[in-house]
Design a protein around this ligand. Structure first.
Ligand SMILES: *Cc1c(COP(=O)(O)O)cnc(C)c1O
Length: 380
């Protein structure tokens, strides 16, 4: 039998000392939150990114939820969110009663179209939430200028963008707050997990309280108060130290992981460039100001029909590719907030045509070669 083994879209395997660290965490007798590995992960990220405070969370979703609480989002407030993103970006603010205002994306980077920002701002606008799609930076100069001019906060959804840069500065360091994801589909993982990056030091103390069920427990452990008590709203956003141990094993290998992903990305681009140009397939556009995080490799097919056919054809070859976000304004929830066909035409057009190719930390050169060869033989 020479049947090809399947080539997965994603395969989240240990890369370094993850298993060893998980065992250490368990043997240490401290497996709840904020143990030694949680501290190691936070310190590593704070140092590497130059962020005043990093708090590990149970997910990126929860880091976004915390952001909405920290910014005191109230019913009736408006939040500008790209139409082309994951539901968590918007849910965090809707949970506080905010009204989402969906902004269309740019046809090149699929990031929020900064030229449309001004027109969407009202006296009720409280937050702009840029999502660095595929780990390619949004036009942050423009986003920050508009936000500053109107006194609006910026929260970056940086789920894709850890270690990516815009104009030489790390993604996740532009907004007052930024949210990271360590879900198994991201560059670095603990299965489920996330982090809140706090760039505005004034927010740090309240963030610690909200993350600890609304108590001042963190201050208590630092000896700053002699008992701890309920002082604010909050929830339980601490991951187990077992998960932090796994994550630390991954973060330690950041150079190896990022180099591998960089190679994969450029190999796809080099192998598919001519084919793409010939068949009017759009490959990712990386602006000069951006150093991407190599989160994914996607292509925009000429139309929905060809996208669906390519996914089916690859599956028959044992290759698992996937599409991505659906326009939020046309979802059941989006329509409840007034979304209608035509509101965000670029997102509507892009969403139908996008396909993501197998891309992960243990994808081999020969597997990738098979993917590229299969695509080159796809009949239009
Ligand atoms: C994955 C993802 C999230 C959610 O991450 P979780 O850690 O699973 O909560 C949010 N936003 C974007 C853009 C994502 O890709």
């Amino acid at each position: 039998m020479d049947e090809n083994p399947r080539i997965d879209f994603n395969r989240p395997l240990p890369i370094g000392k993850e298993i060893e660290y998980v065992t250490q965490a368990i043997q240490s007798g401290h497996i709840s939150g904020d143990g030694q590995f949680t501290k190691k992960c936070s310190a590593l990220l704070e140092q590497e990114l130059g962020v005043p405070k990093v708090l590990l969370t149970t997910s990126c979703t929860h880091a976004l939820d915390m952001s909405a609480i920290l910014l005191d989002i109230q019913p009736g407030d408006e939040v500008i969110i790209p139409d082309f993103t994951f539901v968590s970006t918007v849910n965090a603010f809707v949970l506080r009663g905010a009204k989402p205002v969906f902004i269309d994306v740019r046809p090149d980077t699929l990031n929020l179209d900064e030229s449309r920002l001004e027109a969407l701002i009202t006296p009720r606008t409280k937050v702009i939430v840029p999502v660095h799609y595929a780990g390619v930076g949004c036009e942050m100069d423009k986003v920050l200028a508009v936000a500053y001019q109107h006194g609006i906060a910026v929260v970056e959804d940086n789920a894709h963008g850890l270690f990516g840069k815009y104009k030489g500065k790390y993604l996740g360091t532009f907004g007052a707050l930024a949210a990271q994801s360590f879900h198994e589909t991201k560059n670095f993982t603990s299965g489920e997990g996330g982090a809140l990056l706090i760039n505005d030091p004034k927010i740090i103390e309240r963030a610690e309280i909200i993350r600890e069920k609304g108590t001042n427990r963190s201050r208590f452990f630092r000896g700053q108060v002699d008992k701890y008590t309920w002082v604010d709203i909050g929830s339980s956003y601490l991951p187990s130290d077992i998960l932090a141990a796994f994550l630390y094993g991954q973060l330690e290998q950041r150079e190896k992981i990022q180099n591998h992903r960089k190679n994969l990305w450029h190999t796809y681009e080099a192998g598919l460039k001519n084919w793409a140009a010939k068949h009017e397939v759009q490959l990712p556009v990386i602006p000069e100001d951006c150093e991407q995080s190599y989160h994914m490799f996607y292509m925009l097919m000429p139309n929905l029909d060809l996208r669906q056919k390519l996914i089916m054809y690859l599956r028959e070859c044992g290759i698992y590719s996937v599409f991505h976000y659906l326009p939020l304004h046309l979802s059941d929830m989006g329509r409840k907030f007034g979304g209608e066909e035509g509101d965000c035409p670029v997102t509507e057009h892009v969403s139908d045509r996008l396909i993501r190719l197998p891309f992960h930390n243990v994808l081999t050169g020969s597997e990738q070669e098979q993917v590229i060869e299969a695509i080159l033989e796809f009949k239009f």
